[in-house]
Write a protein of this length. Structure first.
Lengths: 193, 370
């Protein structure tokens, strides 16, 4: 079915967000950004553990989905497709990053502004979590990023990653286990775990 | 052990992947099992940390920056035409079109004879031809292509030419080298006929390295960022280095004059229209084009034998050493599994140079048979 047929099909409501998005309407694009920018940004944070890279990534994901909107079938849900685009872009970026050793100073920590001793502990733990995530393998990083960033269901994660449900499940389990191991390895606060 | 059934369930419990019934069973078990209770607590804390540590909002100006970028692109498209818009993304997209009319063997002698007869009329795409294009956005592209073609003509640059003139134009040293290197087809017997008239001009974009992203993040090595870049006109597959220079100089748009079958011409060939859609990664485009030219030759006879009329798209993964590791169909393949396997085998015989950033790359092609 080509684009014209999709719009004339009774299955597609031309007033739906998906249809308006494919038609290139800017208000639809704004609405999509409102719905997904936080989730995509947090995917970026979990993938790159750097706010600047995450912001760039988020910006570029939305540019890309706008460019590729003609490839989207408006009869299908938008969310998994958007995250698939995000995953593909994230993979490209991760592939170009070199492996980072445990003690590499380039692993950026989040900005901290503690108010109290409790805040200090929390921020330090947060920094360790960022570091641990950065040290995970990309396939574990991306599956955890999808699960926690936008509360994607397992089948949505599988669709975004283009893998089976079973594989998605296994990757999530292994990702969680890998995170726990790395967190302890880098001296993460075990009380926090 | 009573714990065995729950070996996988503890992580799933913490990740919210269990049904209500399964959750209840896990809760019941951990009440009486110390080790599982400790493991569950460990997983829960890890999940909590991952969930909370990255719970941040994006920058306040993200949305406005994206919308401003999109508005800018839209405005540029309207004013200059699609491929001349500087605000387009820097994904390297080269749509190269070579089309040989089905049922027609284009031989050098025929081309020579055609050149004499076709001196006069440059075949511009007609409205009916344009209207038949499957994609909505092509109409705007082609209209803009006409305008740009006229502008380039006034600058004295080459533009849409008759079949014979284009044939002469592509009889370059590079083309001869391509054919001579092809072991399956004798040199000088077959030519790349010029691409079809009416085919839309493609957007070819430079994937130049961007120093910094929108939020100041420094570009990493080989990072093909989406950024504003100069769009360049498309090229003919056979033009190789010469056309590559033309691209860089913002050179002419080579067309796309369809070799229409003529009355009395009984020689037939069904050859594919091979398009280079995109290169993901840093590769020598001219070299990729030369290699794909061989593929076009190889497919010509085989497509003729099978008689399939279809368009397929393929991705060719290239490893760090330039070795082709997994050619695959991106979507439906040809109906004939033998033809599909033949194409994959032939692609594997191609040789791409090592990607310039020593990272894996992907070449995406479209094979259209009409």
């Amino acid at each position: 079915m080509n684009i014209r047929e999709l719009f004339t099909s009774s299955a597609i409501d031309p007033a739906s967000l998906e249809a308006r998005f494919v038609a290139g309407e800017m208000p639809a694009m704004e609405e999509i950004m409102e719905n997904f920018e936080k989730g995509i940004y947090q995917v970026g944070l979990r993938l790159f553990a750097r706010p600047d890279l995450a912001a760039d990534f988020c910006h570029d994901v939305f540019i890309k989905i706008h460019e590729k909107r003609h490839r989207f079938n408006p009869a299908k849900p938008l969310k998994p497709w958007i995250f698939r685009v995000a995953v593909n872009l994230g993979r490209d970026r991760l592939r170009r990053q070199r492996e980072v050793p445990l003690d590499d100073p380039r692993i950026q920590e989040p900005e901290v502004g503690p108010q109290s001793e409790n805040d200090l502990l929390a921020e330090e733990t947060k920094a360790q979590v960022w570091k641990a995530m950065k040290l995970l393998k990309p396939i574990h990083r991306e599956v955890l990023a999808l699960r926690f960033s936008s509360d994607l269901k397992l089948h949505e994660i599988a669709h975004a990653l283009n893998i089976s449900l079973g594989t998605a499940k296994v990757r999530l389990f292994r990702g969680l286990k890998a995170f726990e191991e790395v967190f302890v390895q880098i001296g993460g606060d075990t009380n926090g775990l | 052990m009573a714990c065995k059934p729950f070996a996988d369930k503890l992580e799933a419990y913490c990740l919210g992947m269990l049904s209500a019934e399964e959750k209840a069973r896990v809760q019941q078990h951990v009440q009486t099992c110390g080790p599982c209770q400790r493991k569950l607590a460990l997983h829960q804390k890890a999940v909590g940390l991952i969930a909370k540590a990255f719970d941040q909002n994006p920058p306040d100006d993200l949305r406005s920056k994206v919308m401003a970028h999109l508005q800018d692109v839209k405005a540029q498209k309207t004013h200059w035409g699609y491929w001349a818009a500087p605000g387009l993304v820097s994904v390297a997209v080269l749509l190269l079109i070579i089309k040989i009319q089905p049922g027609q063997i284009v031989k050098k002698q025929a081309m020579e004879a055609a050149r004499v007869k076709q001196e006069s009329t440059p075949p511009m795409p007609s409205a009916p031809q344009l209207a038949q294009q499957p994609k909505i956005e092509l109409a705007g592209k082609v209209k803009a292509a006409k305008e740009t073609t006229k502008k380039k003509a006034s600058a004295g640059l080459a533009e849409t030419k008759p079949l014979a003139n284009i044939a002469a134009a592509i009889e370059s040293e590079e083309t001869k080298d391509v054919r001579q290197r092809s072991s399956k087809y004798p040199a000088d017997e077959y030519l790349f006929a010029p691409a079809a008239a009416g085919m839309p001009p493609a957007v070819a974009l430079e994937s130049g390295p961007e120093k910094r992203g929108e939020y100041g993040a420094p570009a990493e090595a080989g990072d093909a960022r989406l950024s504003r870049a100069q769009a360049v006109p498309p090229v003919m597959l056979s033009e190789d280095a010469k056309t590559d220079d033309a691209i860089k100089a913002g050179g002419p748009m080579k067309s796309e004059a369809l070799g229409q079958p003529k009355a009395g011409d009984n020689k037939k060939v069904m050859a594919p229209l091979l398009s280079l859609v995109e290169i993901k990664g840093e590769m020598d485009r001219a070299q990729v084009l030369r290699e794909l030219g061989k593929l076009n030759h190889m497919l010509a006879d085989r497509i003729k034998q099978d008689g399939e009329v279809k368009t397929v798209r393929m991705t060719i993964a290239v490893d760090r050493q330039g070795k082709i590791i997994s050619p695959a169909f991106a979507g439906p393949a040809f109906n004939s599994s033998q033809l599909n396997q033949y194409i994959i085998d032939e692609i594997k015989t191609l040789h791409f140079d090592q990607p310039q950033d020593s990272l894996p790359a992907t070449v995406i092609i479209a094979i259209e048979v009409k």
